[in-house]
Every structure is written in structure tokens, then in C-alpha cells.
Design a protein around this ligand. Structure first.
Ligand SMILES: Cc1cc2nc3c(=O)[nH]c(=O)nc-3n(C[C@H](O)[C@H](O)[C@H](O)COP(=O)(O)OP(=O)(O)OC[C@H]3O[C@@H](n4cnc5c(N)ncnc54)[C@H](O)[C@@H]3O)c2cc1C
Length: 474
């Protein structure tokens, strides 16, 4: 990405001015725009694509939140401290504490606000406990698709009369003489025309660097050749601008992988297939892990198997539950799901030695040698199902370090005066390892940090959000 740069603002003539400029129209950027508007500012969103989608549109759109009214209606006892404790357990205590507090404390309120103020009809996903969550706390829209989420957020932004400049790729940040204030952004149109927009506050909501092979190779070498399953627009500008500005970057090796992508069909197979009792075996018919640790760390484990693939084996009971997900139905329609009435027939389909699968399943009892607890899990019954899967990179979780107002921190102390980061552009709550990713950590920080950043950027733009002490870097 050599065309991304930071340049001095002195002498630069701007074509237009925005109070709050937001780069990226995924969940983080659109939520930031709604919050900035509500706080009294005039936000402008710039988006490289012709239609806002981002990784948000590729996601299942499931957002974790603790203490929501939907949980209460389902008699789920939960609160932000419990949520934070789950994240800390998954990250072995290495989650970024500032973002953790913001995200877990603000999630329920953010979803209530999106539902009540902007009409997003969230429902409680009460069907499964996702790995690492001690209670059910996922919320999604009726179709359980991120496409619906981004479409509804865009409609809400349009209803709030937020201008969204599409086909506008941000390329240059113009830095004021103080070295701590962004004066504006240079963007490029598809025909090569350049425009410059001045701003009073800038929110980076352009996600992480999963679509930038060079950065992936540098920071996540174990997935350097993995399937990239996120949006191609995740090109790492936040990291590159951060490096050029002298911003503090954290946990760049952190990411969400996924060890259950149908291969070669390239369709996500819901982890419900595992959590309800399925297993993963390699080409020799052997299990190689406790699959319930989480789908994120499972990506590298699957890629490390002979041929870089695994079989996910489950049964019709589990398939029925998985059909709640559009992706699973698409995988079935594409012929990715193999079915057999007996284990012997399935072994033939998977080209396994006779008796190997039966032996592997027979060992799934009590607490097995990988530590998986089978005491409350029904065993598999015919008809059986299997799908060939590989490991993929979904999104990166490292990024710009921020303070409690989502202002980007400078390396060596202090903050940038009017630069904010949210969603995948900011450091997440997953720590530096794939195993730290708890389901939903992606949209959690997109929505909650997006709201906080939009509000803080609006206050800054209106001259009401200054904290001189932290600006001086004390
Ligand atoms: C297959 C898949 C499933 C997932 N499922 C879930 C899930 O169920 N729950 C969950 O919490 N997370 C999930 N995630 C992760 C989640 O999608 C992301 O963490 C989240 O969408 C990030 O939101 P964002 O707004 O930061 O980024 P994005 O949605 O990627 O939006 C960033 C936008 O910025 C634009 N952009 C980038 N650079 C520029 C530039 N220079 N100029 C202008 N525009 C630019 C991009 O085009 C893009 O539209 C999933 C991810 C994938 C890939």
C-alpha cells in the first residue's frame, strides 16, 4: 500500500470541509455517523466501495451484549462484569483493558439504542452458547446476516441525512504543524481524480489489514497462505497511517481465524456443528484437538493437518439446527455436505480406513485426551453428515491503541487531538493470539466503539470534548 501516506497540511488547499469525517461505511463507520449526528455534529462518511458492505456484510451479524432486555425476557442472568470476565479468561488476561471496559459496559446500551432510536429489530439468539461465553448473549437481526445489519445501518444513516460519499478511497492524511491534529483527508475517485476534505475530527473506521497479504505475512505468519474470508477493502490503512503518524499499535498478531470453511466451496459452516456434538478429523480419520476451544484458533490447527484440511463430522440432528444459518443452507445446496446412513458408508466417502471413524467416535466419552468434555453431549446417530473444511482468516484484531474516548494514542505518550478509531481499525479485546477471540468480538467493538468514537468526535468538532491534560501527554 505504498499509495497510503501522511503529509504536512501546510499550504494544502481543501475542496470541502466536514465537521466529523469518517473513513469506512461498515458497522463502525455507520454507527459512528449516527452517534455523531445525535451529538449535534454534521458527519460525512467516505467509503471506497460503490455500496457500503465491508466485512460487516460478510458476517453472521451476531453481536454479544450483557444485560439486555432480550436476555432478561429469556431469563438469562448476565452483566457486563461477567462478560468482561469471559473475555479475560479467553485472552488469558491479555485483552486491552481500555477497550474491554468500553465494549463490555457499553454493549447492551448500544443495542437498545440501535433498536429504539434507529429501528433495528434485534432478536436474541437463544439456540446455542458460543465457545467461551458462559451464558447466551448473542443478538442478531431476523435474517442473521451481516448484510441486513449494514443495510439497516445505512438506511438509518440516510434517514438521519448523513452524506455517504461512495467510491471515495481515502489515501492521504494531512497532518497539522503541531503533529497531533489531522487537518483533512485526501481521497481518490475510481477515475483517478483527487479531492481533499478538511475536517475538525476524523474517525478511522476502515477495519484491519486481513486483505493485505504483506501485513498478514509480517504479523500472522501462520495464516500467510490461508484463505482470506473477509472484505477485500480491509487493506490495513489504519495500521499504515498509524505507523507513519507515530501512533501506538497493539496486538497486531491478534485475529479471528475460522477452522470450518467448506473447501473448495468457500462457504462458512456454522460452529454450531461442533458445539452440538460434531468433531473434526484429519485425512487419516484422527481427531487432533479439543474443537470446543474455539473456531478462531482452529484455523491454524486445521491448516497444520496433512493437506491443510479436515472433515467436520456430525449428524442429522445437528444439521437441522445448522439450517438456521443461510450459509449452511447454501453449503447444502452446493453439495458440500456429504451424507451416509452408516459409519462404514461415511468412511468410504471420506476415504478412511475401515473402522477408523467408528474408533474415533467411540473415544469421544467422558473427558477425552484433548480435554473435551462429552458428559452433556449426545453421541452422533445416523444419518451422518460430513463436510471437507479448511482454515481461513476472517479479520484482524490488532490495531490503533485508543483512550477511553476512542482517541488514538501516540507512541511514547499522549493522544492525537482529533483522531479517533473504532471497529477493526482500533485494537480489539482479543489480545495478541487467535485463541483470544471470543465469538462476536468483531461486531462488539465495531458497534460499541463506533458509537463512542462518533460521539467523542462530535464533541471534539464542536469544541466541547477537549481534555487538555491527556492531550499534553501526561
Ligand atoms: C465471514 C465473516 C463472519 C463474521 N461473523 C461475525 C459475527 O457473527 N459476529 C462478529 O462480531 N463478527 C463477525 N465477523 C467480524 C466482523 O465482520 C468485523 O469485525 C466487523 O464487521 C468490522 O466492522 P468494521 O466497520 O470495523 O469494518 P468493515 O465492515 O470491514 O467496514 C470497513 C469499511 O471501510 C472501507 N474502507 C477501507 N479502507 C478505506 C479507505 N481507504 N477509504 C474509504 N473506505 C475504506 C471498506 O470498504 C469497508 O466498507 C465476521 C467476519 C467475517 C469475514
Amino acid at each position: 500500500m505504498s499509495d497510503v501516506s501522511v503529509r504536512p497540511a501546510s499550504g494544502v488547499a481543501f475542496d470541502a470541509e466536514a465537521e466529523v469525517l469518517i473513513i469506512g461505511a461498515g458497522a463502525a463507520g455507520l454507527v459512528a455517523a449516527l452517534a455523531a449526528r445525535e451529538a449535534g455534529a454534521e458527519p460525512v462518511v467516505m467509503e471506497r466501495d460503490a455500496v457500503p458492505r465491508g466485512s460487516t456484510a460478510l458476517s453472521a451479524g451476531l453481536v454479544p451484549a450483557a444485560g439486555t432486555r432480550w436476555q432478561r425476557a429469556a431469563n438469562i442472568d448476565d452483566d457486563p462484569n461477567r462478560f468482561a470476565a469471559d473475555i479475560l479468561r479467553k485472552t488469558k488476561g491479555r485483552a486491552d483493558r481500555t477497550v474491554l471496559a468500553l465494549a463490555t459496559q457499553g454493549a447492551a446500551d448500544a443495542l437498545h439504542w440501535l433498536a429504539d432510536r434507529h429501528g433495528l429489530p434485534f432478536l436474541f439468539a437463544n439456540d446455542v452458547v458460543y465457545p467461551g461465553h458462559s451464558v447466551r448473549r448473542m443478538h442478531g437481526l431476523p435474517t442473521r446476516s451481516g448484510q441486513e445489519l449494514v443495510d439497516r445501518l445505512r438506511a438509518a444513516a440516510e434517514a438521519a441525512e448523513v452524506p455517504i460519499l461512495t467510491e471515495a478511497a481515502a489515501r492521504t492524511l494531512f497532518l497539522a504543524e503541531d503533529g497531533r491534529t489531522i487537518a483533512g483527508v485526501g481521497l481518490v475517485r475510481p477515475d483517478g481524480t483527487e479531492e481533499r476534505i478538511a475536517c475538525r475530527a476524523l474517525v478511522l473506521a476502515c477495519n484491519g489489514y486481513g486483505g493485505n497479504r504483506e501485513l498478514v505475512r509480517r504479523h500472522i505468519p501462520e495464516l500467510a497462505d490461508a484463505l482470506w474470508f473477509g472484505h477485500d477493502g480491509n487493506r490495513g490503512e489504519a495500521v499504515l497511517w498509524g505507523e507513519a503518524l507515530g501512533g501506538e499499535l497493539r496486538h497486531l498478531s491478534g485475529h479471528q481465524g475460522h477452522g470450518n470453511v467448506a473447501h473448495p466451496h468457500g462457504v462458512l459452516i456454522t460452529w454450531t456443528t461442533i458445539m452440538l456434538g460434531g468433531i473434526q478429523i484429519n485425512a487419516e480419520g484422527e481427531r487432533f484437538s479439543d474443537e470446543t476451544d474455539g473456531y478462531s484458533e482452529q484455523a491454524a490447527r486445521v491448516l497444520a493437518q496433512p493437506g491443510g484440511f479436515a472433515w467436520t463430522v456430525f449428524d442429522e440432528r445437528i444439521a437441522q439446527a445448522a439450517r438456521a444459518f443461510a450459509d449452511y443452507r447454501a453449503a447444502e445446496a452446493a453439495g458440500a455436505i456429504l451424507r451416509a446412513d452408516t459409519l462404514e458408508a461415511l468412511e468410504v466417502l471420506l476415504r478412511l480406513p475401515p473402522g477408523r471413524l467408528a474408533a474415533t467416535l467411540a473415544a469421544c466419552r467422558g473427558r477425552d485426551r484433548f480435554g473435551r468434555d462429552w458428559s452433556a453431549t449426545p453421541s452422533l446417530h445416523p444419518p451422518y453428515c460430513a463436510v471437507r473444511v479448511t482454515g481461513a482468516l476472517f479479520h484482524t484484531q490488532g490495531g490503533l491503541a485508543i483512550d477511553a474516548a476512542c482517541r488514538v494514542l501516540r507512541r511514547g505518550g499522549g493522544v492525537f487531538r482529533n483522531l479517533f478509531a473504532a471497529g477493526g481499525a482500533a485494537v480489539g479485546v482479543s489480545g495478541p493470539e487467535a485463541s483470544g477471540y471470543l465469538s462476536g468480538n468483531g461486531l462488539l467493538t465495531a458497534i460499541v466503539l463506533g458509537r463512542a468514537a462518533g460521539r467523542a468526535a462530535a464533541l471534539r468538532a464542536r469544541g466541547m470534548g477537549t481534555d487538555e491534560r491527556s492531550e499534553r501527554g501526561t
